[in-house]
Design a protein around this ligand. Structure first.
Ligand code: IPE
Ligand code: IPE
Ligand code: MG
Ligand code: MG
Ligand code: MG
Length: 308
């Protein structure tokens, strides 16, 4: 994977080390949480593991972990959430790549799930990952307030990935806007919904599980919304500026498929500027955390300067 951070040398190493260390821990936990590949029916469990462990930056689980660290949440509990987030994210990628959607051949540097296992198994593996994620969330150990928090988080997460302003809403509009005229407002809605809402929930559900007060929760929600929108703007820019080797997926697809994107509407440099501004606004929002928010702020910066 290419280096994606171009701040000072010392910061670059710090955030990359942090990302590497957290990714390893999340991956180890995912391995224990997922059914073994040989579980009957084997093909679907193999396909689920194939897509989860093909690679991936683990941005959403690491955001959840960093949020938990910033508010002194229980790491063991946050790791359940972190893994559930990655399973849901991988489900959304498998379905996003299907011929009926973006029709992509490569993901995370490997063949897409449907190209490897066929469309039927890919659809079911996606469904399997989402279902397993929710099962995992219900298995979060309970003590004291946790039962109430768990239900609130389940509800929040379902909204973030659902049809009313969530991932599915965004994906629907992504498809129906293809090849059509659209406004800045349209593309902002699509990006906020298909990508922003889930990244926002990755942060806010972690804060909520950790029991933060409602004022802090609102600030985490705003932080998450800003970096979530920035994440998709940068994804659009990378589609135009990066390579298959760095991205692990085929670039240039958005233009070819006439997708609604920020660079198509505003150009590459203005889109980059907008993403940077969103990240700066986001970092201001978590200023109340002081030093404890530093890792989250670095993660936010990584989102705007990443190259993969
Ligand atoms: C890609 O997400 C899909 C979008 C929502 C833009 P990531 O860029 O986080 O993909 P992985 O998880 O690192 O493969
Ligand atoms: C995907 O957006 C958003 C999802 C909900 C998966 P894209 O279609 O731009 O993501 P990539 O570029 O294929 O990763
Ligand atoms: Mg798509
Ligand atoms: Mg796609
Ligand atoms: Mg994209």
């Amino acid at each position: 994977m290419a280096a994606g951070v171009n701040r000072s040398e010392s910061n670059r190493f710090e955030i990359r080390d942090y990302l590497d260390a957290q990714r390893k821990e999340v991956d180890a936990q995912l391995d224990t949480f997922l059914p073994p590949a040989e579980t009957h029916p084997r093909i679907v469990h193999e396909a689920m593991r194939y897509s989860v462990f093909a690679g991936g930056k683990r941005v959403r689980p690491i955001l959840a972990v960093a949020t938990g660290e910033a508010v002194e949440g229980d790491r063991e509990i946050i790791l359940y959430l972190a893994c559930a987030l990655e399973l849901i994210h991988t489900y959304s990628l498998i379905h996003d790549d299907l011929p009926a959607m973006d029709d992509d051949d490569y993901r995370r540097g490997n063949l897409t799930c449907h190209r490897k296992y066929g469309e039927g198994i890919a659809i079911l593996a996606g469904n399997g990952l989402m279902t397993h994620a929710f099962r995992l969330l219900t298995e979060i150990p309970e003590n004291g307030e946790m039962q109430k928090r768990k239900l609130a988080v389940l509800n929040r997460l379902c909204t973030a990935i659902g049809t009313e302003g969530g991932v599915i809403a965004g994906q629907v509009l992504d498809l129906t806007t293809q090849g059509k005229e659209y406004t800045a407002q349209d593309v902002e809605y699509i990006h906020q919904a298909k990508t922003g809402a889930f990244i926002q929930a990755s942060v806010s559900c972690s804060a909520q599980l950790s029991g933060v007060d409602s004022g802090s929760l609102r600030r985490f929600e705003t932080f998450g919304a800003r970096i979530g929108l920035a994440f998709q703007i940068v994804d659009d820019v990378l589609d135009l500026t990066s390579t298959t080797a760095d991205l692990g997926k085929t670039p240039g697809k958005d233009l070819a498929e006439e997708k609604a994107t920020y660079p198509a509407l505003f150009g590459i440099s203005e889109s980059r500027r907008m993403a940077t501004q969103l990240v700066e606004e986001a970092i201001l929002e978590i200023g109340f955390l002081g030093e404890r928010g530093e890792k989250l702020a670095e993660l936010a910066r990584f989102i705007s300067v990443r190259r993969f």
